[in-house]
Design a protein around this ligand. Sequence first.
Ligand code: GUN
Length: 295
Amino acid sequence: MGRILSGETIAAEVRAELQARVAALAQRGIVPGLAIVRVGDDPASVSYVRQKDRAATGLGLRSQVFVLPSGVGEGELLSLLGKLNRDPVFHGVLVQLPLPPHLSPARACAAVGPAKDVDCLHPENLGRLVRGDPYLLPCTPRAVQEILLRSGYPPAGKHVVVVGRSPLVGRPLAILLSQTGPGGDATVTLCHSATPDLAAFTRQAEILVVAVGRPGMVAADMVRVGAVVIDVGVNRVEDPTSPRGYRLVGDTDFEALRSKAAAITPVPGGVGPMTVTMLLRNTVAACEAQTQDAR
Ligand code: GUN
């Protein structure tokens, strides 16, 4: 039976480290501030934003959620982001994705000032990541990397297969794990919806990361014995026995994979809590960077 890698436990460890940094800032009269912009009422986004806001407040940060109606014009969204960029109370600004279809996520992400871009989605920060000179690291890819490192599975020298090429997870993760140095030095194969015979690739993985958004798409016969499996998917599936009418599952057939894998992250309680914690860490780091000269 594979080991279960609890994102909750690792996240608590990282939060304890962050508490010391927040306390040091407090001694200088500084409270890290996070502005979260949500457009519309997509149920998953409402839930994610609530989690981020609560986690930030729980760590002693100042967090504020700005909600715009789903029909808001691009001008109004960009004008709010401009205002938040200029507001010294906020050291981090993020736009929750996805946006309604009439709004361009690329333009919204580019409108967040690079210094406050705690999601690492601004072109300048993405460019720095690709160049190997990152400012802040993207939250979910960094969450995956931290889970591997802190659980004793450094990716160096391993064949990592990433399934999913989204700009939020798969593509930046492939870049991060293939970089030179600690947490990197992996040989990375990036698979996606146009990959023929996906299983032929996933079976080669010493570390398999799945970030596709399709419940149970990776079955046990697609994984080699002893692999480390990181399941990034968070999918709502109908469940009349649950009070909410649904339950959350990942992209892998968890129970079946567990009997073959050396270790696997659960859903919920795996990558999700670590992603939120990486956002907190980026906010603290952005605050430290922006208040450096005020010492
Ligand atoms: N939607 C799903 N994941 C994320 C994330 O990490 N950041 C933002 N901004 N939106 C998301």
